[in-house]
Design a protein around this ligand. Structure first.
Ligand SMILES: [Zn+2]
Length: 109
């Protein structure tokens, strides 16, 4: 059986931060597969006492966004967090939109 790799999986490596749209969760990649990643989710249990257990989950490539690379070109260099989206997308310098905020940042540097 031939497993086709999802295009998004080319840019994902173990340790990357990913965001799941259906789960509304952030997690760090523990393992990569051709069309999915395995992440460990911290689940807080309050049955007897407070306890956090790490639960492995499989997230499909089409449901996730890799936050460790530029969201437009996939670069890992000169990336910064894009403000104002609620999700900490990373954007590299060359894809970064020129707006008033970045003008201020340049002027202050
Ligand atoms: Zn970029």
């Amino acid at each position: 059986m031939k497993i086709r790799q999802h295009p998004r999986m080319r840019d994902i490596i173990v340790g990357d931060e990913v965001y799941s749209y259906p789960e509304n969760l952030f997690a760090r990649v523990a393992d990569v597969f051709p069309a999915a990643v395995c992440v460990k989710i911290g689940i807080l249990s309050v049955d007897d006492h407070l306890e956090i257990t790490l639960s492995p989950q499989l997230w499909r490539a089409e449901d996730i966004e890799n936050l460790s690379v530029c969201r437009y070109c996939g670069s890992r260099e000169n990336i910064r967090t894009e403000a104002g989206t609620g999700i900490p997308f990373r954007v590299c310098e060359s894809c970064s939109p020129v707006d008033e905020e970045s003008h201020t940042a340049v002027a202050g540097a």
